[in-house]
Design a protein. Structure first.
Length: 425
């Protein structure tokens, strides 16, 4: 039996999300009620194939999906089309952040996306003489009073449970607030189905879990964690802990809502659409680049992140990260981790952007070897070879030594290496 209590954070975290943000802002600008108005955010001038970025809650109540195309919209409704105004939406995001900062300090605020944020209100409840629910209600009311935007809020003892309570319950509650804790997890989370309703599980991973007979979140929670790790690697172990309300990555990072740790990363916009057979070469080349910088800095990383952006005609893509059991600067370990993330979350659409980043550094010269995972063992001779290659590249240029795959037509390494600096983050 796992001792989950030693991993349980007990903070008061709010996860606040603006309902139908883009569409609601457009309604506010027009003096309309988004709960009574058939408005969509889309550039209709581009034709019926144009992507709809957002629809009002009114249209959602009629069964219209928030992400579709113009030709999917009902023909029997006089729909109002609003051309996207990203700068305006970002200005509203800033205004909302300013409201948050009226209640908490900047160090306790984490802006997760343009319409979603986490607030750690633990140290403010006594100050305001409020419960976390009462403070959440006060903040949501302030957002509506000042900006006429409706928001929902999930409350939990850590970021994961706050996010899950928002996505799974709060958005459907009458008061748009839900509070989850470790004690009500079996009641709130474990009955959830399909699995993709849980944040972090995409449709591809859902299918793989279903093949194991796992249909509800509780099925995963009751599955053998060692078997999950064998089948899905560290991602399976992380998912197991998530179903018990534990976010191991936050504990390993020893942080909650603080600034992101320094990272080494590289991203690129591809000159054409790539498919899954070609993108692996690009990912490998980028791993080569970022691990070289890691070795030069004499660091090892525990957290690996992969971001894939699809062609603009399709959905936006995905960004996923995983924290390894041990820190590493081994290219094969990092590359395999990227491929595992890609395999689990890629939906088959044409790819136009890709990013790889490493963070959560261990700067010591001591590293622990795992007797169970041979792929995690860093061989000293291999490291010496890589360092020699690094020195050659530093002296004669990055194109002085290339992989054979980098000579393929779809490779971008040679052209990217000619750029000064590239796009490093």
């Amino acid at each position: 039996m796992n001792d989950f209590k030693k991993y349980q954070l007990n903070r008061n975290i709010l996860c606040i999300d603006l309902k139908a943000f883009y569409a609601s802002v457009e309604c506010v600008l027009r003096g309309l009620d988004p709960f009574k108005t058939p408005l969509v955010v889309a550039d209709a001038k581009r034709g019926d194939g144009s992507i709809v970025l957002a629809v009002t809650p009114y249209l959602k109540s009629l069964g219209v999906k928030s992400r579709c195309r113009v030709f999917d919209l009902p023909k029997d409704i006089d729909i109002i089309y609003a051309r996207p105004q990203m700068q305006t939406y970002l200005e509203y995001t800033t205004k909302i952040a300013e409201i948050y900062l009226e209640f908490i300090s900047e160090e306790d605020l984490y802006i997760y996306s343009v319409d979603e944020a986490f607030l750690d209100v633990t140290n403010y409840l006594k100050l305001y003489n409020m419960t976390d629910y009462e403070l959440a209600r006060t903040i949501l009311n302030k957002i509506y009073d000042d900006l006429k935007l409706t928001a929902a809020c999930g409350i939990g003892p850590n970021m994961l449970l706050a996010k899950l309570s928002l996505d799974i319950e709060a958005k459907d509650n009458k008061d748009l607030i839900a509070s989850w804790n470790y004690d009500n997890l079996k009641e709130k989370l474990h009955p959830v189905t399909p699995l993709s309703k849980m944040w972090g599980i995409g449709s591809r991973m859902e299918r793989r879990l279903n093949l194991l007979g796992l249909m509800k979140i509780g099925d995963i929670a009751n599955y053998d964690v060692n078997d999950l790790k064998k089948k899905f690697g560290v991602l399976g172990e992380e998912l197991y802990y998530h179903t018990h309300g534990i976010d191991m990555s936050m504990i390993k990072d020893k942080g909650l809502l603080r600034s992101k740790p320094k990272s080494f990363g590289i991203s690129q916009v591809l000159f054409r659409n790539y498919d899954s057979s070609e993108i692996t070469t690009i990912i490998l080349e980028m791993v080569d680049d970022v691990t070289s910088r890691l070795r030069l800095a004499r660091k090892r990383a525990k957290t690996v992140a992969l971001t894939i952006g699809y062609s603009k005609e399709y959905e936006s893509g995905f960004s996923r990260r995983v924290t390894l059991e041990y820190p590493t600067h081994n290219e094969s370990v990092i590359y395999k981790t990227c491929l595992d993330l890609f395999d689990l979350y890629y939906e088959g659409y044409p790819i136009r952007t890709v990013s790889v980043s490493l963070s959560n550094f261990d700067e010591t010269n001591i590293h622990q070897l795992s007797i169970f995972d041979d792929e995690e063992v860093e061989i000293e001779e291999e490291f010496k070879v890589k360092r020699s290659i690094d020195k050659i590249k530093n002296k004669y240029g990055k194109n002085a030594v290339l992989r054979g795959s980098s000579l393929e037509d779809h490779s971008t390494a040679k052209s990217r290496n000619k750029q000064i600096g590239g796009h490093h983050v």
